[in-house]
Design a protein around this ligand. Structure first.
Ligand SMILES: *[C@@H]1O[C@H](CO)[C@@H](O)[C@H](O)[C@H]1NC(C)=O
Ligand SMILES: *[C@@H]1O[C@H](CO)[C@@H](O)[C@H](O)[C@H]1NC(C)=O
Ligand SMILES: *[C@@H]1O[C@H](CO)[C@@H](O)[C@H](O)[C@H]1NC(C)=O
Ligand SMILES: *[C@@H]1O[C@H](CO)[C@@H](O)[C@H](O)[C@H]1NC(C)=O
Ligand SMILES: *[C@@H]1O[C@H](CO)[C@@H](O)[C@H](O)[C@H]1NC(C)=O
Length: 533
């Protein structure tokens, strides 16, 4: 554990308020940011707290005599195996790992260093991989993560330091900062740009082959949105390849105005950060209007999608993560699925993942048996491969997708030839009464849908099974049967708002057999039909 830096130590070192007004030009940089008081600690011996100097991209607040002209980002930085700062010319890879909604970069930093220490190739070590975990704090972190003076009367007195902070989790969409209160012009994506530019500087880091933006959960949301509207290497003036590792985000920014599920219950379903309507309003009024890469956003969704699809992206999907994070009681992400599992598969179904060039704009999808837990994903064989081995030497080598059987016919962008021909998970190839066969897992009334998927509730009880319900619906003259736990529904057509979702949403059990498995799920029906749907 590292001790927090006290104000007295900072003052003695001349670090409080120094440099303000003296600079000719603000040069962004790791280790050169102005330290500010905080009570954060490191939870790994190879993790230190540092400060990254950030330049105000609007150019309005440079070199002024107060905190507004000297922006500072707290960032955890990895040490090398002899507890020194890694030697620039030894570094071959930089990983920027983004924390989740708990604003706890120390945990993500520690988990990523532990993953690195699990790698068995001696060339890949804390001497050759730099891991940075930037801190995107909010008001709830004031007084702990950055200075706060409750006795102040003006915002500038209350938030007297150069520490950058954002409104709640709006950093995950690239909102402008909320503090320091006189400089509300720094998008969290500008911060990522400046860190990427730092590591992409070939004069300083001639041997870095790969920069990875890695995020899980809320950090995964940020990584996905940054991949969507982030600037290209050419725009940033760098040639080092940048790739994205996206683990278990709660939602994805959507590149079209349609949605796979009903939007009837959600008027503002397309507002940014879930869609692109009202992009500039994002983060206001707590900060100024969003301007980050607004030229791309103005160019339209096809242009944004093309930008996104030009990236190298490794998706990590934990099979046991069927959670949902909805602190704001927002409705928009229910229009893309009921939970993280559905949203992921709906997203890659609508915006197909492909690997046209394994050394270039390749997407990989790794399916991992894990819960909603970043360390499990970083430290799984697939995590170690994506984060450390893929393109280690700069030759563009990349491993095939991990995790079979697959969950959907469209989820294997870079298939492993040794696994070819495996059936999909949860495949049911039986024929039931009336010639009914399994057609997939479908939505029913939920937070997005109001119209029932099948009109007749034929049975509720302990005898329910796929066999029982298919027979019952057949006897009653219906061609479609739908089961969900003890419920059996029948009909001759699916409701107007019904859509097919990934089959793993129907892994509930029926009360009766012969096979009790794959019998619907919460607001989800396993559908058996004798007619095409
Ligand atoms: C660790 O970093 C220090 C300071 O940069 C350097 O002197 C030392 O050689 C490095 N150790 C290794 C094993 O690279
Ligand atoms: C850090 O400060 C915050 C806010 O004052 C407080 O809630 C938290 O308990 C402190 N943590 C430690 C480790 O001192
Ligand atoms: C920004 O943060 C606030 C507070 O959590 C939240 O209500 C709002 O939905 C966020 N904006 C978006 C679009 O996520
Ligand atoms: C867009 O933002 C404006 C201003 O906040 C708001 O009045 C309007 O309703 C928003 N549009 C939608 C579709 O939510
Ligand atoms: C039906 O599925 C099972 C399990 O996936 C498989 O072992 C079997 O070969 C399949 N039968 C046919 C006829 O496809």
């Amino acid at each position: 554990m590292r001790r927090p830096i006290s104000a007295a130590v900072l003052a003695a070192a001349g670090l409080v308020g120094n440099a303000h007004g003296q600079c000719q030009e603000v040069v962004p940089g790791q280790y050169t940011g102005t330290p500010f008081q905080n009570n954060l600690t490191s939870t790994h011996e190879l993790s230190e707290i540092t400060f990254f100097k950030i330049k105000d991209p609007s150019g309005q607040h440079l070199c002024t005599a107060d905190a507004a002209g000297d922006l500072s980002l707290l960032a955890y930085q990895s040490l090398n195996t002899t507890l020194g700062r890694p030697v620039n010319t030894d570094i071959k890879r930089a990983i920027i790992v983004i924390h989740g909604a708990l604003d706890d970069p120390w945990n993500y930093h520690s988990a990523m260093i532990q993953a690195l220490q699990m790698v068995t190739n001696d060339d890949i070590s804390p001497d050759t991989v730099a891991i940075t975990a930037p801190y995107f704090p909010n008001d709830g972190d004031a007084g702990g993560g950055f200075p706060y003076d409750p006795s102040g009367t003006t915002p500038a007195e209350k938030y007297p330091s150069p520490a950058l902070a954002w409104y709640f989790d709006n950093w995950s969409g690239g909102a402008h900062n909320q503090y320091p209160p006189n400089t509300k012009t720094v998008s969290s994506f500008d911060v990522l740009d400046q860190i990427v530019q730092w590591y992409g500087n070939k004069a300083m880091f001639p041997n870095i082959n790969q920069i990875i933006i890695a995020g899980h959960s809320m950090g995964g949301q940020m990584a996905q949105r940054y991949a969507a509207i982030g600037k290209t290497g050419a725009q940033l003036g760098i040639t080092t390849p940048v790739s994205y590792w996206i683990g278990d985000p709660n939602s994805f920014v959507w590149f079209a105005t349609d949605r796979p599920e009903s939007t009837g219950k959600c008027a503002a379903f397309d507002n940014y950060r879930e869609g692109f309507t009202n992009y500039s309003a994002y983060g206001t009024p707590q900060s100024t209007a969003m301007t980050y890469n607004s030229a791309l956003v103005a160019a339209g969704r096809d242009a944004i999608l093309a930008n996104f699809q030009s990236r190298t992206i490794a998706y990590a999907r934990a099979t046991l993560d069927k959670g949902d994070y909805n602190k704001d009681n927002s409705c928009s992400f229910y229009t893309t699925g009921a939970d993280r599992n559905e949203r992921f598969f709906e997203f890659i179904k609508r915006f197909p993942t492909t690997c046209p060039d394994p050394a270039g704009a390749c997407k990989t999808v790794d399916i991992v048996v894990a819960k909603h837990d970043a360390p499990s994903l970083f430290q799984a064989p697939s995590g170690l491969t994506r984060l450390f081995y893929d393109n280690w030497d700069g030759s563009g080598n990349r491993a095939f997708d991990f995790g079979y059987p697959r969950h959907a016919p469209y989820d294997d962008p870079y298939p492993d030839p040794s696994q070819a021909g495996q059936p999909l998970v949860d495949e049911d190839n039986s024929t039931y009464a009336g010639g009914k066969t399994f057609r997939g897992c479908f939505t029913d009334v939920d937070k997005a849908q109001s119209v029932p998927s099948l009109p007749i509730s034929a049975y509720v009880g302990t005898l329910n099974s796929k066999t029982y319900c298919s027979s019952l619906c057949t006897q009653q003259g219906y061609s479609i049967a739908g089961v969900s736990y003890e419920n059996c529904y029948c009909g001759n057509a699916l409701g107007s708002q019904t859509s097919m979702v990934v089959v793993t949403s129907c892994e509930g059990s029926c009360p009766a057999g012969p096979s009790t498995a794959f019998c619907g799920g919460p607001s989800r029906l396993s559908i058996f039909s004798s007619i095409d749907l």
